[in-house]
Design a protein around this ligand. Sequence first.
Ligand SMILES: [Zn+2]
Length: 502
Amino acid sequence: MQGTSQETAVQDIRFGGDYNPEQWPEEIWLEDVRLMREAGVNLVSLGVFNWGIIEPAPGEYDWSGLDAIVELLHANGIGVNMGTPTSSPPAWLRKAHPEIRLVDAEGRTLAGGSRHGVCPSSPAYAEACASIVDKIAERYGRHPAVKLWHIHNEYGWANVECYCEASAAAFQGWLAEKYGDVDRLNDAWGTAFWGLVYRSFDQVEAPAAAPPGVNPALQLDWKRFSNDEHVRNYRMQREVIARHSEAPATTNFMIPNCEGMDYRRWAGTVDVVSNNHYLIAERPDHQIELSMSADLTRAVANGPWMVMEHSTSAVNWQPRNIAKTPGELRRNSLAHVARGADGLMFFQWRASRAGAEKFHSAMLPHGGTDTEVWRDVAALGNDLKKLSSVVGADVAADVAVLWDWESWWALELEWRPSVDLKYRERVEAYYAALWREHVTVDFAHPEADLSGYRLVVAPSSYVLTDAASKNLRGYVENGGHLVVSYFSGIVDEHDTDRKSTR
Ligand SMILES: [Zn+2]
């Protein structure tokens, strides 16, 4: 059946980027939209950082700019990926509620002047988030331009863990819920060693700066808790949006470059898995790292996914920011598509004139349309129109590499056999060898169903739960080929030696 243009657009590969039009006068918006059409843009992320603009003072709202831009985009057939601006709280909120400020492991309270920098466990912050998200969702939730919700931005980017009193109290509550009885915690954590026994949950301290040798099981539960606090904020926002909108929602992951977020624990929370990926430009093998990121994201999604952010050329935040070579932009973007991405979004549409990211490349560079970057962007957008048939397609792989954020965390705690042993280095070594042999690889959790693979590789799978151990044994007993590297299956999920007497 021939669909309407809007129905057809849904099946196209999503193509576009973050659009922050607040930085320019309205006459520029008209040029923006004209050029978006020229490049085949069909989706833009709006309002990801605009809290300080749409709510200039507590309870006072200015929707004039956002209303106008939503209508302009809609009139031009460009969909909106509506952001919630909670990763960049306004200055007035920090002033009114100093307790929302992030406290680092050394006990320093972090200042403003940037984004993030807020405590994920703060009740005042959560309340303010719920309020602004409710207002945005109420206003735009049923607008036909809104195709997707972009909740927050990069959970855990600069505030994975907070060590303030509110966070410590929330951690104690999280532990009480997990273990029920403090003796169960003592048993799981092995606190008999050094006599570090707790007699009540409120005796447990967050693992801030301390003498060396902090209980590794305490550190692992702290990491799980810190991850879950961000999930809790996401779920809260998702529920608020669902009151006003039927559009799907996502948040942009950073697989695998945000060690503190265990995206396996996130996977079920989003309607569409979306990922940010930036090349580590200086690495000569950065193309392999890109492929690994895409394959890992597909594993988290368990199917198709989308790139929410990547760059058209250099970024601004690496030690040496290297421009892409001619053709590299299109090659990299299409590599994501080949590995299951149904959307290619960039940060950002038009390069900023001012602020921290003005040296970050964009779809429309400072130099305008007479630039190689623009020509590549427009060519890519028009190429994608011919690739609609791959939307929703599977990627077939018969080799799996095991991946587990908990092994990553645990392997790199202090006092291991060698500081030279790094989880990612080991995984990437095996992945790169397979990549160079043109072997398409899935990533899989050690507890996942592995029966469809002819080969499974376990690179330094340091943590194995009883269920994972049984799973791997069963895979081999059923004829599977398992390659296990050194320092695998050493401990359980509490960092307790698996082989010794229980
Ligand atoms: Zn805190």
